[in-house]
Structures are given as structure tokens and as C-alpha cells.
Design a protein around this ligand. Sequence first.
Ligand SMILES: [Zn+2]
Length: 420
Amino acid sequence: MPPELRKLLATADALAAKAKGAVLSATRDIRKEILFLAGELNVAGSAEARESIFAQVTKRFAKLGKRLSALFTYMDETAVRRGGRAASESTGLEVKISPAHAKAVIAAVTKGGSARLAATMTRSMNDNIVSALRNATVSAFREQAVDGLTNDEMAKVLLQKWQAAAKDPANVQFVDRSGRVWDTETYINMNVRTNAMNVYNDVLVESIGKATGSDLVMVSSDGDADCRLCFPWEGRILSITGKTREFPTYEEAKAAGLFHPNCVHTLEPVDEELDADEVELQRNFPPPADMTPSAMDEQRYEIDINRKMMNEGLSLKEAKVAVDRDNLANAMREGLASGKADEVVAKLTDEQVNALCPNGNPPRFAPAKDNAGGEEWNRGSNGGVLYIDRKELTAERLVKVSGVEEGKPVRKPDIKVVRS
Ligand SMILES: [Zn+2]
């Protein structure tokens, strides 16, 4: 990851913490104000008094929205600035970004802009707390009717119910458009980081295209376990404009799931001279019409095997086992967080590796304690899940648990060979 980008993410985290602080202190003030006004005004007897409190709450949330909007906008501008600098760093070219250009990039990335995000968040919190207070009022009136409370008793019950509603943290949580409830910090962090990365990628793509006239970029291979969606795309060459139809476009890749929320992958420039072999290789694998994760995964497998054949002079059979070993070790590292993955895989025979990667798909690894049946290999489609005791992980143990034996016939997938 370019140093400028690292700095950008650190800034994003710091900003998310600041935004969270603003949300916390604002909601605390709002609750206090509700409690104070509920005691002062005659909320039990007057609908007008209740409405005036709701109006106060709305005003406070609007103020919070403005503060968040300013923070998010600042972040977007920083993302564009740093994105430009990182693009200069990666390409060695001077990348100039005009304010108009910056605005266009931000508008394209944040869809509706950061101001709208801040407004959506605060409106959601506002609606939650107001509706909780309204519900509390309705239920207090119902109790009065059922239990025949006096007006004084009713006022007391209502105050208690309002206090409970105002104190409940669930009532000031952010609910997104699909109805999902978010912890404020998680949401802000996810959003700020994702926007920062997207702005960076967009600036990089635009500046590379403009400065070098090149149409190709490559997806980084960070190998982060949280980025399963991006795994099939790692190392893949993309076309910026779509004029090079042998490659998936940047937009198509995004539509297919690359650069999802919280993604740590990024783009790197392709040097058409230095990377000529890789470009040639990938040209042989035009994107499938439907870029599903499994279709892209299959292509990645074929490309990886062909790269091994090309760079290391391996036969198809040797290259396949070598790629399977890499993938198997990766799956083990991700699923078990084990530092022994490479060592264990090195001790397996080619046949065992083959049998552990049916059709080139290694199983997902998971600790045995997560499975009611203990250590076992649940072979579903695409390798299934292999449960194994994390601490006891050795090649012998793996062979025993998985039941793979020497010489067991394994169906080999058809691999398109570019040149042998
Ligand atoms: Zn990702």
C-alpha cells in the first residue's frame, strides 16, 4: 500500500473517532434536554409542550448533522488531495487536481455527497428518539385509561417512561435505509474509510489515464482475510475506460463486488513495457459475461497456473500443484490464523494436495471447536469446510482428518493453457 494511502486511512480513522465523539456528546445533550424539559413543561397535559420538545430535539440533530457534514466533507477533500499525491508517488508523474476536478470525483464516489450522509444519519436518530417518546406517551395514556390513574399519577408515569426512552441507547442508533441498525462508530468508520479508498482509487485511475495515456491498472494483492470478495480480483488487470475489451473494466469490477465497504485493496499502475508478459497472459482470459465471484475465481485459478508455467517453466501438472499449495496454505492461514500453514503444506505429497483441492478449490478451514462434530471435512461444493484442531495442526493430522490418501483419483479441472 502506498505510504500516502496509509496516511489517508490513518486520517480517516482519526476523523471517524472525532465524528463519533460529536455524535456521543450531541446525543448526551439531547437526552439531558429532553429530561429537563419533560420535568419543566406540562408534557402530560399538553400536546403542544410535547411537540415543542420534539422540535428542540430536531433542531439539535440538525446542528449535529451540520457538524458531521463539515467533517465528512473535509475527509473527502483530504482523500482527493492525498489520492493525487499517492498517484504521483506511484506513477512518478506530477498529478494536478483542480478544485472542479476534486468536486467531480467526490460527487461520483459519495453519491449524493457527504452532506447527505450526515443528514441521513442524524434524521434517522431524530426519528428514532421522537418515535420512542411518542410511543412512551401513548402507552402512558393507555395505562391511565386502564388503571384509572389521576392526572398527577399519570404525569409521574409519563415522566418515567420518557426518562427510560431518552436513556435507552438503542433510541439514538443509526438505522440505514435497508433497516439495518448500526453502531455509530462502526458505521462512520466504515463509511469514511470506504469513501477515502474509493476517492483514492478514482483519482488514481483518472490521473494515470490522463498522465500516461495508459488504459490499464492492476488490483493489489494485499491478501487480507477480510477481503474474500476481492480474492478473485487480486492481481487482475483492469481497463480504465473499457476501450481494451480483453480486460474487465474498473466499473465492472466495482459492480461485481471489488472495493466493497471496508475493502483494503487498491489499484496499482501497469507499466505496459515492464508488465508486458502479464498483460499478454491476462489478455487470453477475457472477462466472462457474468462476473460472479465463482466465475472470477475460476479465471484467477487459470491465470495463476499459466503464470507459474510461464515464469517458472513448470508443466501444467506441476503448476497446478504449485498453485493448489499456495491456495491451500492461504486458506489455512485465513481460517485458522496459523503460522504453520506453509510448513504443513510443504510436507504434503502432490497427491494429497490434489485431493485436498477438488477442482482446484481448497476447503475453508475452521477450528474444530466451531463444529458440533469436532474434527472433520464437510465436503460441500467448492471445497466445503475442514474443521481441525488449531493447536494440533500438522501434515499428518490434516491427512488423517481429511481422509485424503495417496493416489486417490481426483477429477482435474480443464485448464486453458496459453503457451507451454
Ligand atoms: Zn476487498
